[in-house]
Design a protein around this ligand. Sequence first.
Ligand code: HEC
Length: 399
Amino acid sequence: MIEHVVLKISRFNVIALGSAILGVVAVSLLPSTGKTASQALDHPTYADLQPFFARKCLPCHTTGGTAPFPLERYEHFAKRGKLVTDMVVSRRMPPVAGSSDLGSFGDLCEVTDDESLMVQRWVLDKMPKGNPTPPPLVKPVAPGAVVAKAKLKEDGLPYVLQIRVPAPAGLDFERNWEVSTSAPQAVRQIVFFYDVEHQPPISKETLGEYPVPTDRLLAVWAPGTPTTWVAKPEGRPKDLTLLVLVQPSGLGENMEVRIRSSSQNSVRNPKWIKLGTDDWSLPPNTSETLVNEFTQATATRAYAVLPEAGHYLDRMQLTAGDGPDRKALFQARRWDYNWPFAYNFAEPVGLEPGLKLRFEAQYSNTEKCSANQNKAIKDVLSGYGEYRDRFWIYVLTGS
Ligand code: HEC
């Protein structure tokens, strides 16, 4: 068990270091009068960076949060300055690949160039402290109805838990949810379905192996997401199915999922639109972009996004508009199979009738692709299983 943890961390460091070196080279080439350089502070202190760390790291790096250690005060950073820069510069932390030009995913979004530059300068200056404000109070686990409980596996490997429970009597589907979990370090994403009959048991390590029944998709949650929009079901659901993507610590922790109603109404006339296509095959040693276009027929609003893909995807984007005016409703510039995050918009994004949506999935079926390691490179087809992949994005729309 311990051996596994060491292995995992060293793999992580190698990748991060590789890109950190690239990052530092790129930054030193920036002209000192450049826009990016002039906006960032030349000699930031920890106090200057504290708001950035609070927004981008604290959703997970709190005592008892999903990350393995807290980053709540100066001392926590001082201990691991170099590692922090490596993570930020390589954009491996926060571990989210998604961003949007048209809306905001709250604090869960990519680090900007300025932020990355400031963190590098702070570490180069040997991490001056400044006058930080007292560390934030540790949030207690939020109250709420316990909807699921599980004892997590002790091998420390990420996997998906499939939990089916009767819909708790007090659970409100007319309102959005505040979701919380009690398992320190463990829960990365939860997808909620209702009244799903026959779903295959999950054997592989992530959600990507699960054919998503869109008509029964209720809500998606990830740590740090501002709102969990609930796609208001017709009638009262009898049961709930939770797909919980977990990264256990290896200690066999007990996990609980709690839900509390928020004051906002759930999404009216909800519809999960599925974009993408099965009409492709990926020949060996190719990396190309698959494109599909759609036109949004009626006015609607986008509330949440759930990208789905396996190991062969490098990046994906869903743009809205025409020609040079196209803006990303969602983009994942560095797809990471182990973090297939659910994204909730902080505020819904309006989509006009006649709006052109363009979905692009850039794949790579080469030896660099993690799925091809120690294996023959063959044709990859659409679907679930070996030599298979799916490039989809689900968008929750409603009025
Ligand atoms: C969405 C949750 C989340 C956010 C936000 C987040 N982290 Fe992490 N972090 C993790 C998890 C989980 C790990 C454990 C490694 C893994 O499982 O990928 C981790 C690991 C790390 C590590 C150790 C990596 C290693 O190789 O040992 C560092 C350093 C780190 N995070 C720094 C940061 C910093 C700095 C921020 C903010 C800029 C941040 N993290 C934001 C979840 C998060």
